[in-house]
Design a protein around this ligand. Structure first.
Ligand code: SF4
Length: 375
């Protein structure tokens, strides 16, 4: 079995952001039971899979930086005893700028966590307040600096595009400011509004307006030029990194390498099987609720390769896909996709180099429509 990626979901936040769709709660009274259950899950999976090798760790949420130093140590110790970490190449933790101090960051670093992903979102206090973030822009920049002082040389920040009231110029300026801190990785996401979120209600009531699609496309297009000039090359639709600083854990999702996700709502992929843990935190703690289990058929497995692979800038080896399609007796399906992807080349949306195909910068902007052919 090839090494796994291990993801742990920590479902607690100080407050709920106005756009959030993640499984998270402000009810910290559940925190201790959640950590105990996570430790039990880690131990049980380590035993069931015979102490498998793990090469990437990711502590996400929620806000993992709300864990006490003792809780973080207990989780890390459980991981070390249940899994073989000898091939470990990356251990990322997510943090919210409003929740970290130097002592906590140093403790995390001493425990072996070597990469930090900070949810900065914007460097504008009005926009951050609109998003319901618990921090201001100065605190976000200070947290990045504290992470550096604590020894995190691998730092990433999330930035959001499409916030009501956000200008194109401000997104570019924020990206420049963040890059100037020396950080090595930037994830730039389109604001994704949960249907039941307070921000969606404000927009539906006409009190706020989302930027137009063209405006948002202009921002992404400008970033495709700006960020490489600042030393961060695009390697995936939403992700930019300095040389050799790509997120190895997140890349495994697009490369379809195996991962085990533990915690409420966490997703796993082992072989052809996928499952998601129950998303209600209390049910998850009490071991109630069914796993949402899926086994992909051959056509779905084949489709996943371009569906995920074309998100990455290096694209997909189409000859390898043809070979696999032949083995699976699915060559007509593969050939039909190829015809459409070659047609898109004449519109400047895909680029073919021999048998390697990728989306162009403009194709990346229209990726939802293009990748829809594989769903
Ligand atoms: S910090 Fe992240 S997980 Fe928590 S409420 Fe905000 S967006 Fe959601």
């Amino acid at each position: 079995m090839q090494p796994l990626g291990l993801y742990l979901h920590v479902p607690f936040c100080v407050d709920r952001c106005t756009y959030c769709s993640f499984v998270t709660t402000r009810d910290r009274s559940l925190q201790s039971d959640t950590i105990q259950r996570l430790i039990a899950e880690i131990t049980e999976w380590g035993w069931a899979l015979d102490r498998p090798a793990v090469d990437t760790l990711y502590l996400g949420g929620g806000t993992p930086s709300l864990l006490s130093a003792t809780e973080l140590q207990a989780l890390t110790t459980a991981i070390r005893s249940a899994f073989d970490l000898s091939p470990l190449v990356e251990a990322t933790l997510e943090a919210n700028p409003g929740t970290v101090d130097l002592a906590w960051l140093q403790q995390a670093r001493n425990l072996g966590w070597d990469r930090i992903s900070l949810g900065v979102q914007a460097l504008d206090d009005d926009l951050l307040a609109r998003l319901g973030r618990i921090h201001g822009s100065a605190q976000a920049l200070e947290s990045l600096e504290l992470a550096r002082q604590a020894g995190f040389h691998r730092r990433s920040a999330d930035l959001m595009v499409g916030i009501p009231g956000q200008s194109l110029a401000k997104v570019i300026e924020d990206a420049r400011t963040l890059t100037a801190t020396g950080m090595e990785h930037l994830s730039i996401y389109l604001l994704d509004l949960d249907k039941a979120s307070p921000l969606r209600a404000e927009i539906d009531a006409g009190r706020l307006t989302l930027p137009g699609e063209d405006e948002v496309a202009d921002v992404f297009e400008a970033l495709q030029t700006e960020l490489p000039a600042l030393g961060l090359a695009a390697y995936e639709i939403s992700n930019f990194a300095r040389t050799k600083a790509e997120s190895i854990h997140n890349s495994r999702y697009w490369e379809r390498r195996p991962y085990l996700g533990l915690g409420p709502s966490a997703a796993s992929q082992l072989g052809d099987c996928r499952w998601t843990e129950p998303g209600v935190i209390q049910a998850w703690i009490a071991r109630r609720g069914d796993l949402d289990f899926t086994e992909l058929d051959a056509a779905e497995l084949l489709a996943e390769i371009p569906l995920l692979g074309l998100r990455m800038h290096r694209g997909v080896d189409w000859q390898a896909l043809r070979d696999l399609a032949r083995e699976l007796d699915l060559r007509p399906l593969c050939d039909a996709w190829e015809v459409r992807l070659r047609d898109l080349a004449s519109e400047g949306l895909t680029v073919w180099a021999d048998d390697q195909v990728r989306l162009s910068a403009r194709g990346m902007l229209m990726s939802n429509a293009i990748l829809g052919m594989f769903v």
